[in-house]
Design a protein around this ligand. Structure first.
Ligand SMILES: O=C(O)CCC(=O)C(=O)O
Length: 504
């Protein structure tokens, strides 16, 4: 059982830039009080500890043991002992597999830290790309897939599993816990998104898109062949031999599904591919854009448009940590199989635990989605502006308005299609965004980030002459109307202070 989580430690090298998300800065591990420390482990939870035969305990447990003892961690790390765990793992992350394997037989402490599975994950992905067969843990995968020791060709002998007790580390414990615990009921219970069924396009524009509010749309993809057809077997058949983008590597679907079936890690690899319809045209034919999102002004850029559609596949626990969608676009996300928990904050409310840089180019957030729930979800309860939340299921579509922060976690294996788009309602926002002085940092999904503004503006002027001027005029009129309304209220308030009374 966990004891108190009481320290706050930074962690880990950042993941690579993803085309659809904000660039993520070195994420932070937050080991702050988890509120109610009770949790339920997944039924498969013991697998990762069984692999190394060791149970890492939270540091607080050291103070609860009846007979005082030393932390095994401190006894066997030699000169590396003063390093905090995150830094220690950063250092070990610089080692080739041969050295990491050699370290693991130096002491019990090194046996434990060098078995930290994300270290082996980085080695597998770096050396084998997507060409691995997942063997239950990344370390086992490495030993099986690179029997000659990977780079350098040194023969690696898998270490014997040792039974080790008395190693206390909040960092390692929390990493294990986040990989192995179930989502709590209270994290899933709140569902306050507006649900709409059968609304007209005009209603959608006036009541949802104009006010830039999230909404869950029911029934608008009922006709998609994908809903009936996209079983694993069907997808495997139509995509045979094709590789999809999965984190930093590409993989065939059969390898990915084998990984997804056996994985138990804090941040499972997520299949997020923007070229799926080009690679597998049948997939592109099995869905069409819901009627509300058909105006897509980026299409004026033709081949030069930024990436705009993705197939997303992931096991339970995979997902997208807090980000705002690229290039100030809005998006829709349609679930074909499975279910996802969404948490969304309006543009002016930065989610707790999330720290965007001043220029908006980078975001620091907790190491994993589970960690966010464990350490920050509770904080929202007392916020005046609480997030919009829901669980979205197969056949439903979430509209993500531009600028909204969102976090998504798959509650079971899920398959979804998402598209980002620019309609008349956010064209001016997008143009402003593309014109920012640090556009080369901010713009994503395209090679030519610097000139995208001019190209897009030119394409819109050619395809829709007068549209930009018209929208600017309307925007000015809206501002003027708002000011007028404000000044009426101001004067009314002034009048009230002089004794004026409303009669309604
Ligand atoms: O993981 C998901 O389904 C959400 C994806 C997402 O947030 C995005 O595409 O911006």
């Amino acid at each position: 059982m966990p004891g108190a989580f009481h320290s706050l430690l930074p962690l880990k090298p950042s993941p690579k830039r993803k085309s659809k998300r904000h660039r993520t800065r070195k994420p932070k591990r937050h080991l702050a009080g988890a509120g109610d420390p009770s949790f339920h482990l997944k039924s498969s939870a013991s697998a990762s500890s069984r692999d190394i035969g060791c149970l890492v305990e939270p540091l607080g447990n050291l103070f609860l043991v009846s007979t005082p003892r030393a932390n095994l961690r401190d006894a066997g790390l030699g000169a590396l002992r003063p390093l905090p765990d995150d830094l220690l793992l950063d250092v070990l992350g610089l080692l080739p597999s041969r050295d990491l394997a050699a370290l693991s037989v130096c002491s019990k402490a090194f046996y434990v830290v060098s078995a930290h599975d994300p270290l082996w994950r980085a080695l597998v992905l770096d050396e084998l790309g997507g060409g691995f067969d997942f063997a239950g843990s990344w370390r086992a995968t490495y030993y099986i897939s690179a029997p000659s020791g990977g780079r350098g060709g040194h023969h690696l002998i898998p270490p014997r599993a040792l039974k080790i007790r008395g190693f206390y580390s909040d960092y390692l414990f929390q990493s294990w816990l986040c990989a192995n615990m179930e989502m709590r009921h209270e994290w899933l219970a709140r569902d306050n998104i507006e649900r709409r069924r059968g609304i007209s396009v005009e209603q959608f524009i006036a009541e949802v898109e104009e006010p830039n509010r999230p909404v869950l749309l029911e029934g608008c993809i009922d006709g998609w062949p994908a809903l009936q057809k996209w079983s694993r077997e069907y997808l495997l058949e139509i995509s045979e031999g094709k590789e999809f983008a999965v984190g930093p590597v590409s993989m065939t679907l059969d390898r990915y599904f084998r990984y997804a079936d056996n994985v138990q890690e804090e941040r499972p690899l997520y299949l997020f591919d923007s070229k799926f319809a080009e690679k597998v045209p049948e997939m592109g034919r099995d869905y069409d854009v819901p009627v509300y999102f058909r105006e897509d002004l980026f299409s004026a850029l033709g081949e030069e448009r930024p990436d705009y559609r993705w197939v997303i596949i992931g096991p339970a626990g995979s997902g997208s940590s807090f980000h705002v969608d690229p290039n100030s676009t809005s998006a829709w996300n349609a679930i074909i199989k499975g279910s996802k928990k969404w948490v969304m904050f309006p543009p002016e409310v930065v989610p707790p635990g999330v720290h965007p840089s001043a220029d908006g180019a980078e975001v620091t957030s907790p190491v994993s989605i589970m960690e966010w729930f464990m350490n920050f979800y509770g904080a929202c309860k007392t916020w005046e502006k609480r997030p919009i939340e829901c669980v979205c299921r197969a056949g439903e579509v979430v509209f993500v308005p531009n600028g909204w922060w969102h976090l998504v976690i798959n509650l079971e294996e899920s398959i979804a299609i998402t598209q980002n788009y620019v309609s008349r309602r956010n064209l001016l926002n997008v143009l402003d965004f593309l014109k920012k002085p640090n556009a080369s940092e901010l713009v994503s999904g395209t090679k030519d980030r610097v000139n995208l503004h001019d190209k897009f503006r030119g394409a819109i002027e050619a395809a829709h002459p007068g549209m930009i001027n018209q929208l600017q005029l309307e925007a000015q009129q809206k501002v003027a109307a708002r000011k007028k309304k404000a000044s009426f209220w101001d004067s009314a308030a002034d009048a009230r202070s002089r004794g004026f009374k409303f009669s309604f």
